[in-house]
Ligand binder design. Structure first.
Ligand code: ARG
Length: 469
């Protein structure tokens, strides 16, 4: 039975139109239309190569090229009419090209398949995203490094187990995130480097009998070289997996930064304030100022790592070469990268917006006997005591201070001497938080001098990097 509505791309073999549910599950146009620009650019380069190798005529190439420019214009103007019946972005564009230029449009698909086409389009799309992320993350690093430079000597408590551990500087703490986002950029750059091979010309899975020039298409699309195995080319989605893995790690970092912002703007900590621009109020509690942006940034890692898990499971056990399962790669990747983009922008905005409260940080830096390690180090240095013994002696002095209800530097000398007779007045020079931080001069340590130098180095490098992109 023929219903006369068979697909125009493969109507030769088919007589009936697909079931409605078939069209629904099969169609990807609602999401892959995002790759329209990449698809058109890929087609233009493919047509140029077909003409250069004599596979199509120059006349056909010109018609195709002009037609594709018009389609691109429609896409960019938002007037392009996407059709679900045409399944995906590749067939939508080709069908429109046929409407516009007629017969030559039918020659564009020579020596290619949607399998190598989608692999090429998606690589181009992801590559563009990776470049955007490099810049966005450099912007976030710069915001952090500038704040770190300003607050190179602002003292705050450093924590382990979220218990006061040793005093550090706020600048030092911010620079820890600069390092993290620097590694994220490195991972994304690695992914980009491995991604940058061109699958176009692998055709459906086996290559083609036409005398194509894959070097030419690879070069013109900005790839380093063509991919080396046609089966791998159309079945590989490592470039998406790697990007999502790097995105997930980056989102983990954003969630840690966000969590600290959430904690630190609470009245209990009071280390930071965020302005009205990055907070919301409550519809019932008039006093509230909620750090919603930070909370949402903290949450984004859920869907980003979810996308990675999805794609790992989609790809697992797929036989070579292409399977339609792989069409499920896009929605999750688009969503993850959209989420990451938003989170990076919001984090950058919050870092620029946030104001530390140095008095609150300074006060808290003194809590919890945070200079006890400095006391132990003094015993080692001045009395040549083995560190293990110094640790024990210091522990007894802390217990004493606890009993007296005082800080370490408020404990009378005699009280300390009751624990260790050789302790002198000199001990007090190491018990203040300022002395504690400025003594941490080891490379990578929290001393303000170090932090200032490191922050200035980052600011200089990042400003140049952002100018050059
Ligand atoms: N829309 C498809 C995808 O995203 C394009 C490739 C279709 N290939 C095929 N042989 N049906 O994977």
């Amino acid at each position: 039975m023929t219903d006369g509505n068979a697909n125009q791309m493969w109507g030769g073999r088919f007589q009936m139109s697909p079931a409605e549910i078939m069209e629904q599950i099969n169609s990807s146009i609602d999401f892959d239309k995002r790759m329209a620009r990449e698809d058109i650019v890929g087609s233009k380069v493919h047509a140029a190569m077909l003409a250069a190798t004599g596979i199509i005529t120059d006349g056909d190439r010109e018609a195709i090229d002009k037609g594709l420019d018009q389609v691109l214009g429609e896409v960019e103007a938002g007037s392009f009419k996407y059709s679900r019946a045409l399944e995906d972005v590749h067939m939508n564009i080709e069908a429109r090209l046929k409407e516009l230029i007629g017969e030559p449009a039918g020659r564009l698909h020579t020596a290619r398949s949607r399998n190598d086409q989608v692999a090429t389009d998606f690589r181009l799309y992801i590559r563009g995203q990776l470049d955007l992320f490099d810049r966005a993350l450099a912007g976030l690093q710069l915001a952090l490094a500038r704040k770190a430079e300003t607050h190179a000597s602002t003292v705050m408590p450093g924590f382990t187990h979220l218990q006061p551990a040793q005093p550090v500087t706020f600048g030092h703490h911010l620079l820890a995130y600069v390092e993290m986002f620097g590694r994220d950029r490195g991972r994304l750059q690695d992914a980009r480097q491995r991604l940058n091979e061109c699958p176009l010309g692998s055709a459906a899975l086996a290559g083609t009998s036409f005398p194509i020039d894959r070097e030419q298409t690879a070069r013109e699309l900005g790839f380093d070289r063509p991919t080396a195995n046609s089966l791998d080319s159309v079945s590989d989605r490592d470039f998406v997996l790697e990007t999502l893995a790097a995105a997930t790690i980056c989102a983990v970092h954003l969630s840690r930064l966000s969590e600290e912002i959430v904690l630190w703007v609470t009245p209990q900590f009071g280390f930071l304030t965020l302005s009205d621009r990055f907070t919301t109020g409550s519809s019932i509690m008039p006093q509230k100022r909620n750090p919603d942006a930070a909370e949402l940034c903290r949450a984004k890692v859920g869907r980003i790592s979810g996308a990675l898990q999805s794609l790992v499971l989609i790809m697992k056990g797929l036989p070579l070469a292409y399977s339609k399962d792989m069409q499920e790669d896009k929605e999750v990747a688009f969503d993850a990268l959209d989420s990451l983009r938003l989170a990076v922008s919001a984090a950058t905005g919050m870092v620029e917006d946030m104001q530390p409260v140095p008095e609150a940080m300074r006060r808290a830096a003194g809590y919890g006997y945070s200079t006890a390690t400095d006391l132990a180090d003094w015993l080692v240095r001045e009395l040549k005591m083995p560190f293990r013994e110094a640790h024990h002696v210091t522990g007894s002095i802390v217990a004493l201070a606890e009993k007296h209800g005082t800080d370490l530097n408020e404990l009378p000398l005699q009280a300390m001497q009751a624990v260790e007779a050789r302790i002198t007045e000199g001990i007090f020079s190491v018990l203040s938080v300022e002395n504690s931080v400025s003594s941490r001069m080891s490379y990578g340590g929290t001393a303000p001098h170090n932090v200032h130098k490191m922050a200035a180095k980052w600011v200089g490098e990042l400003e140049i990097a952002l100018k050059n992109v």
